[in-house]
Design a protein around this ligand. Structure first.
Ligand code: NAP
Ligand code: ZN
Length: 346
């Protein structure tokens, strides 16, 4: 048994505190990772605050994990001690269902095992990356390319793959007009990746406060959604819209910005339902879709794509004592553009 230092939360309104958690002894195919950096995803906040349903506390969030392999189980073949690796939002799946066999483990028909707030195959609750160590079966570990530093790699494991996957699936490419709603952690990755895929990229943010950053990340256009003229001006424009907003928005207004056969993909996951008016879809044969992270193979593909195109998130590295403050800032849309915890401060 390995005892890891961690930061845990005891309830929806509770602050983070120092904790110790147990990590299992290495099974045949397990990899022990010494975590160096962990990103803060808005999903951590939704979960810690109990917004998505009941949670077993104490909870250690964190599913943007970057670190180094420090031990391997006897049958591990993919990784060795010293390898730079990452772990994202899931740590296991059945491996046998149709979706797992396709490499879409996130859509495992028996349910994937989430990195935290889940239960693993040993019947133990899973605890996430705000901790010094984690044990993960090798099939759910990915390799971090040499030219991406570990602090910058961490957010790619969720924000990167969650935006890469729908951009890839719905074909962001030269000649396609892509809009990104919300310029936070996911949003700024969506802009960088869509730009690298060759699409014409527009940011739709609440204000113009972050315009300079958005254009620097690769956006061609930037509009404030607080300005009602934006919706008139851009009506019927986009082939693909990626909505990354963590709160309820007027989805019909955004659907009106799609072209004939355009698709709006919701990756933002507010607890509150959105009010969909079907006429927003019917009129121009539009689609409203969702997408959840990405499979392991695609996550490795995304990391390699980012390495090749020199794409890294813009991060603000914080200490373990600053998690509560970082949560407040994310909730106030004051994140530029991902907080990453330096685990050595734990
Ligand atoms: P984030 O960094 O907080 O970014 C969200 C952005 O949405 C904010 O920066 C802000 O951008 C905009 N926003 C926030 N509140 C708003 C409001 N009331 N009205 C309009 N815009 C608002 O969050 P994140 O980590 O990118 O995550 C975004 C969402 O995706 C969360 O709900 C998260 O749970 C979800 N998520 C889903 C998946 C998946 O697999 N589908 C994976 C990861 C995360 P502006 O300031 O530019 O307006
Ligand atoms: Zn996430």
């Amino acid at each position: 048994m390995i005892i890891a230092k961690a930061r845990a939360v005891d309830g929806p309104d509770k602050p983070f505190r120092a904790a110790e958690i147990k990590r299992r002894d290495l099974d045949l195919l397990d990899v022990l990772i010494e975590i160096k950096y962990a990103g803060i995803c808005h999903s951590d906040i939704h979960t810690a605050h109990g917004e998505w349903g009941e949670v077993n506390y104490p909870l250690v969030p964190g599913h943007e994990i970057a670190g180094v392999v420090t031990a391997v189980g006897p049958n591990v073949t993919k990784y060795k001690i010293g390898d730079r690796v990452g772990v994202g939002c899931m740590v296991d799946s059945c491996g046998e269902c149709e979706n797992c066999r396709k490499g879409e483990e996130q859509y495992c028909l028996k349910g994937n095992v989430p990195t935290y707030a889940g239960v693993d195959k040993y019947g133990e609750p899973t605890q996430g990356g705000y901790s010094t160590h984690i044990v993960v079966t090798e099939d759910f570990v990915v390799r971090i390319p040499d030219n991406i530093s570990l602090d910058a790699a961490a957010p790619l494991l969720c924000a990167g793959i969650t935006t890469y996957s729908p951009l890839n699936h719905w074909g962001a490419s030269p000649g396609k007009k892509v809009a990104v709603v919300g310029l936070g952690g996911l949003g700024h990755m969506a802009v960088k990746i869509a730009h690298a895929m060759g699409a014409e990229v527009t940011v739709l943010s609440q204000s113009l406060k972050k315009k300079e950053d958005g254009l620097h990340f690769g956006a061609d256009h930037y509009y404030a959604t607080s300005d009602p003229e934006t919706f008139d001006k851009l009506a019927g424009t986009f082939d693909l819209i990626i909505n990354t907003v963590s709160a309820k928005i007027d989805i019909n207004a955004y659907l009106s910005l799609l072209t004939l056969d355009g698709t709006l993909v919701n990756v933002g996951a507010p607890a509150e339902p959105l009010d969909l008016n079907v006429f927003s879809l019917i009129g121009h044969r539009r689609s409203f879709a969702g997408s959840m992270i990405g499979g392991i193979r695609e996550t490795q593909e995304m990391l390699n794509f980012c390495a090749e195109h020199n794409i890294v998130p813009k991060i603000e590295v914080i200490t373990a004592d600053q998690i509560d403050e970082a949560y407040e800032r994310v909730l106030a849309s004051d994140v530029k553009y991902r907080f990453v915890i330096d685990i050595s401060t734990m």
